[in-house]
Design a protein around this ligand. Structure first.
Ligand code: MIC
Length: 650
């Protein structure tokens, strides 16, 4: 990776290990962000570490997911988060300020720094030349406590960008085209880095959208250079002082290189129900559309809304379309308002919602039964919208606007001349939209609503396991399937006993009862098990129900770490064909687990009836210690107690 931007950020942040393929490295984290849906756990975990204040240079707590207040549970969580922020020295971004990823890049992101967030789309920060990564909540809590963040040394996949986008084609089409070509798992264990002459033709909005969905290709991060586009954008945001140039050296050594010819990219659409099920918009003109939503972490920029506003200006949405707008941030809304965009949208029949994640995570905006919803969002996993048998399509703002007018998926190039957008020299914003912590927070009382339950405690891993296969699932199972979200379930994110009642609800309502009946068990999965969201609840809640091992053909990166962090053995089939011989209800025996972990064994034989199957345990020595202890909080607490005892002795 010599001379790549990735290397230029990784090297100075390396605090453990060395940059060598597959080797685990520890990275110093400069900035952390949390959002409310994963954040309540992060702060419960941070509290359990008994550290008076956060140690990362910048820590921001955003409320952007659970913003519907149908009863007291979500607002209680907001108050809990604000009080934790004030106590522990964290900047608080209240509901209404917008989606963490947009607000963070607009107000806090710094080229060349590392950012860790308890949300998988934290990768968005790569638009500014940051190494921005999503992680499970407990890993963000540890980073806030000053611990390194551990990953396996990633490979760096260079995307050599040439040319210029055609009118009506934008960043979303680029990333959808890459998803079409390479799939949702192509990036596992890799960083996506953009270089070449065409990068200068991708504006900050395009870079944010592409970096955002890097994770939806499985990448650890997506990185753009920090260049003149970055500098100008920081000037517009009155943060030019944080600019530093960050480009590849003369001879960047990528592990692989792919050409991206911007001129050849067409408007693209991801069809139900995976972001890599991509087709050309022009091939989908038969698909009727009943709902169009513009917004989310993926397309929440000023440019995205102004393009839509100018396309629909003076026209009216199709009568069968519910046309909905959620800007990425309050700052963006304010600027779209000042430029006349909000008026144009309202007059075209748009419903304007609060800035935030909303329908992207099923927090409202569920589509009607049997209808098609077209969204500028990053994900369309089955049921995620809140409607069980949904049909969600993903597209660019241009395609969304064109389709809102016609009521069918419409290639926006059929509209004629592309709109011209005016950009303000300086974006409007108010720094007092945030709540800043006091210099010292020990006096702050934490406000804990009745739905905030203590963290469950888990004991060390047993030496042997004889357990039933509770469920067998296929490839690309997302964490939205394992631990669904939506307005019914999300309010339980701070209540593990209650949320565990919904594990696998989308595909198997009996799962929690079956797990209890068997006193726990094992889950079997296909390729890329646990893709999507970073929610640690997808490990924590099954663990609460007694799941002690997951055996899959392969795991998505963040979910695999979450499994180790909560004491669930992540085993991979040595021979993927063995997956075919296991069925739900089979009993699996695994003997000598502790010895395998202690000795560093990478092969763990399991017995399924008469058959012996080899599984692989690809975890680091650090993760072995965590698994033995039954979870990362157990090892962290043991280390703290040992340090306190040492101090007592000296
Ligand atoms: C998502 O886009 O899947 C989410 C909702 O933002 C999640 C976080 C969550 O589940 O709370 C993510 O991306 O990590």
């Amino acid at each position: 990776m010599k001379d790549t931007v990735a290397e230029k950020i990784l090297s100075p942040h390396l605090v453990e290990g060395k940059l060598a393929p597959g080797e685990e490295i520890g990275l110093r984290i400069d900035q952390t962000l949390t959002q409310d849906a994963t954040g309540t756990m992060v702060y419960l975990e941070f509290e359990s570490l008994r550290i008076p204040a956060v140690k990362s240079e910048v820590a921001v707590s955003y409320v952007d997911h659970n913003i519907l207040q149908a009863d007291s549970r979500n607002p209680d969580d907001h108050r809990y988060l604000q009080s934790c922020a004030e106590k522990f020295g964290v900047i608080f971004s209240p509901p209404g300020n917008g989606v963490s990823h947009h607000v963070h890049r607009q107000r806090f992101g710094i080229p060349g720094q590392t950012l860790l967030g308890s949300d998988s789309h934290t990768t968005t920060g790569g638009c500014l030349g940051m190494l921005a990564m999503g992680a499970g909540g407990v890993e963000v809590a540890m980073a806030m406590a000053g611990h390194p963040y551990y990953i396996n040394t990633p490979k760096v996949w260079g995307f050599h960008v040439k040319g210029e986008l055609q009118p009506f084609v934008s960043g979303k089409d680029v990333i959808l085209e890459l998803l079409r070509r390479y799939s949702c798992k192509a990036g596992i264990g890799k960083i996506m880095e953009f270089f070449g002459p065409g990068v200068a033709n991708l504006d900050m909005a395009a870079r944010a959208t592409i970096a955002n969905m890097a994770v939806d290709m499985g990448f650890t991060a997506g990185i753009f250079p920090s260049d003149e586009i970055t500098r100008q954008w920081l000037v517009q945001n009155e943060r030019e002082n944080v600019y530093r140039e960050l480009k590849t050296g003369p001879n960047p050594q990528y592990d692989e290189v792919t050409e991206v010819k911007l001129d050849e990219i067409e408007p693209m659409v991801a069809c139900p129900s995976n972001p890599d099920n991509v087709k050309k918009a022009s091939e989908l003109s038969d698909v009727e559309v009943h709902q169009v939503i513009v917004g989310s972490s993926c397309n929440g920029s000023y440019r995205d809304f102004m393009v839509v506003a100018r396309i629909v200006e003076g026209k009216i949405r199709h009568k069968n379309v519910s046309f909905e707008i959620n800007t990425g941030s309050r700052q963006t809304f304010d600027n779209v308002l000042a430029e006349g965009g909000v008026a144009a949208l309202l007059e075209a029949g748009a419903r304007i919602h609060e800035s935030g994640c909303l329908g992207c995570i099923g927090m409202g905006q569920a589509p009607a039964t049997g209808t098609n919803s077209l969204r500028t969002f990053p994900r369309n996993f089955k049921g995620r919208s809140g409607t069980k048998d949904d049909h969600v399509y993903l597209c660019s703002p241009e395609t969304a606007a064109a389709s809102a007018l016609t009521g069918r998926i419409t290639d926006p190039r059929t509209l004629g001349e592309a709109p011209k957008i005016h950009y303000p020299a300086k974006y409007r914003f108010n720094k007092d939209w945030f709540v800043y912590p006091p210099a010292e927070g020990s006096h702050v009382e934490i406000a804990r609503g009745p739905n905030i339950k203590p963290l469950p405690e888990f004991g060390p891993l047993e030496d042997s396991l004889e357990a039933a296969v509770l469920i067998k699932v296929g490839d690309n199972i997302s964490t939205d399937i394992i631990m669904p979200a939506g307005s019914r379930i999300l309010p339980y994110r701070s209540n593990i006993p209650a949320i565990s009642e919904y594990v696998f609800e989308v595909i198997d309502e009996e799962f929690p009862a079956r797990a209890r009946q068997h006193g726990g068990g094992i889950v079997v999965g296909g390729e890329n098990y646990g893709q999507g969201s970073s929610r640690e609840h997808a490990a924590l809640a099954p663990r609460y129900l007694g799941v002690r091992a997951k055996i899959a053909k392969s795991f998505a990166r963040i979910h695999k770490s979450n499994l180790s962090n909560f004491g669930i053995l992540p085993l991979e089939f040595a021979n993927p064909d063995d997956y075919d011989f296991i069925e739900q209800g089979d009993t699996i025996e695994i003997a000598g687990i502790r010895e395998a972990l202690e000795s560093g064994a990478t092969e763990v034989p399991i017995r399924v009836g008469d058959r012996e199957v080899t599984t692989l345990l690809n975890v680091s020595d650090r993760q072995r210690r965590i698994l033995l202890a039954g979870g990362v909080l157990n090892t962290a607490k043991a280390a703290m107690e040992a340090a306190a005892a040492d101090e007592g002795r000296s």
